[in-house]
Design a binder for this molecule. Structure first.
Ligand code: C5P
Length: 405
């Protein structure tokens, strides 16, 4: 049986005869320890009553995004945000077409648009419909966008035809879902992540900062929580939502960030310093707005605490020390600087990031990095979540050898 402990799975149910089998799919997710939330198309509610899913999952399905009571607190966005995985079963020909087009004309398509998690489609329809080039094209396009497909299987269909079109077995759908959700290999571990920029005030209305979006650190926190860790994310000012199941501490200055990390440093297993901490702050921050004059102004800067180096120094050489991961954003000398940082800050891994070119760096959703360890090196390119997975794969291996559970 697949394990879904700690996972939130959103099940989108389409309107086909196989909708009754979606009840079994929901039951398998619940049986495996998952939290299941259901969204149904109008047509799906004609095949299976929402009450059935409510009884199976313990939560009322979302069936109508225009119903004031159901969508009171932006239910479709809440579902999209909470989902670790969206499973659409059965994915009918019509639903697949609407998903491909990016429509938002019912609960399932709207939730799908609001999801940024992996999506698994379990198609089910008449075999001639499945063979139709329009359906083939729609499925191919969704796969090209990174969606996954399980089934359909072949056999006798409800309508009497024989051929591919049957919904994959519920067990097969559950197993595919478990594979997509990935391992829970950080269960029992405490992970602290820093993210975003810091703001160092010059006066009450001005500050020194940088354009870090926080996306990389947020991705690490989100993925670590998905992999079972207890995660504390200490973030500077960013415009991002709290990742699900993560304790988020919002701070302003480097000193506040250092204090928040210190507060959480006790039973630390893994520290990931993804924040773009300001290295300097104005020495004399003033409490009243500075008036402009005609002359040049000099601003005296003083160093901020190096949070990463502080954690590294504290644990360096200790048996069973936490795993420490730093970042190096460089415009030149990427690898040499990463190696220097590895030693100087006593990290186990430095994620080296060439900034100032397209496809990587501060504000995008993708990243291109080199993971630099004491003896090894690996190039990783992908979405920030994929990069986060690669960083955590590496960290888990070291953590398990250093601090066996
Ligand atoms: O030395 P540099 O700023 O390039 O090092 C970057 C790494 O050090 C990042 O992991 C960053 O989060 C961390 N850092 C820190 N505190 C600082 C400066 C950098 O934790 N004051």
């Amino acid at each position: 049986m697949s394990d879904f402990t700690g996972r939130t799975i959103v099940l989108g149910v389409g309107g086909g005869i196989a909708a009754y089998k979606a009840c079994e799919v929901a039951r398998l997710f619940v049986k495996g320890g998952g939290a299941v939330r259901v969204a149904m198309t109008e047509a799906a509610t004609r095949f299976v009553g929402p009450l059935t899913f409510q009884a199976l999952t313990g939560a009322a399905p979302l069936t109508d995004v225009l119903d004031a009571a159901q969508d009171r607190t932006y239910g479709h966005l809440e579902l999209g945000r909470a989902a670790d995985l969206l499973v659409v079963a059965p994915a009918t020909a019509d639903l697949i077409a609407r998903l491909r087009m990016g429509l938002a004309n019912d609960a399932v398509t709207t939730v799908a648009l609001a999801c940024d998690c992996p999506v698994l489609l379990a198609p089910a329809m008449n075999t001639r419909m499945w063979a139709n080039p329009a359906v083939r094209d729609n499925v191919a396009m969704l796969e090209k966008r990174g969606w996954h497909v399980v089934g359909p299987s072949s056999g006798a269909l409800a309508d009497g035809d024989i051929g591919p079109g049957r919904l994959a077995d519920p067990e097969e759908i559950a197993a595919a879902a478990a594979r997509l959700l990935g391992p829970r290999d950080l269960t029992g571990r405490k992970v602290v992540v820093t993210a975003g920029p810091t703001r160092e005030p010059i006066d009450p209305v001005r500050f020194i900062s940088n354009p870090s979006s926080g996306k990389m650190g947020f991705a690490v926190a989100k993925v670590a929580a998905r992999r079972g860790a207890r995660v504390v994310l200490v973030s500077g000012p960013v415009e991002l939502h709290d990742p699900p199941k993560v304790k988020v501490v919002r701070v302003g200055t480097a000193e506040e960030m250092a204090a928040a990390v210190e507060e959480e440093a006790n039973d630390l297993d893994l520290f990931v310093a993804a924040a773009a901490v300001s290295d300097y702050r104005p020495r004399d921050s003033v409490s009243q707005k500075k008036k402009k004059g005609d002359e040049d102004e000099a601003l005296v800067l003083t160093r901020t605490p190096d949070i990463l180096a502080g954690v590294g120094k504290r644990h360096s050489g200790r048996a069973g020390a936490p795993v420490i991961v730093g970042f190096a954003a460089e415009t030149e000398g990427l690898l040499e600087n990463a190696k220097k940082k590895l030693q100087a800050k006593k990290c186990d891994l430095v994620v080296a990031n060439k900034v100032g070119r397209p496809g990587a760096g501060f504000s995008g959703d993708r990243n291109r990095v080199v993971l630099v360890g004491p003896g090894e090196r690996a190039n990783v390119e992908g979405t920030k979540e994929e990069v986060a997975e690669a960083i955590l794969d590496w960290a888990v291996e070291l953590l398990d050898s250093r601090r066996p559970r």
